[in-house]
Design a protein around this ligand. Sequence first.
Ligand code: FRU
Length: 489
Amino acid sequence: MEWTREKRYRRLDEASPEEMQQLGRQVDACPWRQTFHIQPRTGLLNDPNGFSYYNGYYHLFYQWFPLGPVHGLKYWYHMKSKDLVNWEDAGIGIEPDRYYDRHGAYSGSAIEYEDKLFLFYTGNTRDENWIRHPYQCLAVMDKTGCIKKLEEAVISTVPSGYTDHFRDPKIWKQGELFYAVIGAQRENETGCIVVYGSSNLTDWEFEGELETKLENFGYMWECPDYFEMDGQGVLIFSPQGLQPLGDEYQNIYQSGYLMGGSINLPDRNFDHGDFRELDRGFDFYAPQTMASPDGRRILVGWMGLPEIDYPTDKNGWAHCLTLPRELSAKNGRLVQKPVKELELLRKQESTAKVVLDNELQRIDGFTGTNYELLCEVSDFSADEFGIEFRACGGFKTVIKYDAVEKKVTLDRSDSGAEVGVEYGTTRSCNLNADKVVFHMFVDTSSVEIFLNEGEEVFTSRIFPDAGCDQIHFYAKNGRAAFNAKKWEL
Ligand code: FRU
């Protein structure tokens, strides 16, 4: 089917129950439905939105186009959870039904204020010439879960000097005031972030641009997020338009962070270090963070990227969210660990211990398609060692450590159905270590690999056959001792 503009901008209530059932059946027939990740019932999921804790629940919304695996008229879909692991379906959160969001309720964030949860998002609109006019809008959720929109948008114009690529407000509170960062594009087509301030969340004032050292760094910065951690300021954003550079910037678009001194608002100068990518895998974009009630900074990302076809498209759905990760700061960098609540998912446990000398070994009974694997390799002389997983016949996904080059590589060349091959089939990063710990979460069609306590993370979709469940360990040119534990999830 050709996704014409008309089809992309159809509302969910224009689809008949039969059409939705039919689409649902198509989705159910997909061999790549996930088992412990948030995924859309039908259609396309993208950015996490409104990630927050309110009234005893974590709330996590996502960008959703219900009618097919394409970007179209976006809704916010609402999930809630007591523990970040077991999510309840709370239905549609925000529908695009007002003058200010009629072409999509785009990304945004949430903050609690006066006992309510304020959802601040971008209303996407297009005029008769299909020119974009973004609004920044407010919807308010009360303790019963009822979400009401304001009659008017709270920011209706783009300040001069910026184009209509102006979206994705992320709010935080500093002292008595609220601030929002918004992703923007300057008129000279470079990306940046602007800051707004408010005392009541309804009246907003343009403060100006956030001053970074990255004057010319891509053409648009999406989904900004600012928070402070251990007295340092962290600015996360997703720049578009960076060229590949060595192992960096290999995906169509990037997501990363700047870390430095805290921003001293209303002074908007940010003194920071280098831009670093948050994730080294193939499918990661537009992450958002929140502060948990016990003070942790938790991040969730979109496990997907725009403008790439995925093998699930033909089954009428696309994408999922990542698992929640706890962030911390170490030596001027962010470290990401799977939140400890994920242990709640652990079922049957098994172990495997092998010392390999220039060989590949499959351990009997040590298999799976949906599991957590924690594997430590501490004693090695091999030039290279690694793990092949979701393997069968000629298929496998490989995570390996090159001890000569001191590099980790994820290889999905032979994973199964192809995805995004025009952007390459391997991803690598440096890791200088005399012990390598692979902590992996494998779902039906994804893998998230945390290396050495979250120093680096590789997040990727993979599309193997259901029967590909083997796990192999190998060492090349020398020895490596593997000590692994696995839990069915
Ligand atoms: C990022 C993004 C945001 C926008 C949303 C629309 O993936 O392009 O900038 O608000 O998706 O779905």
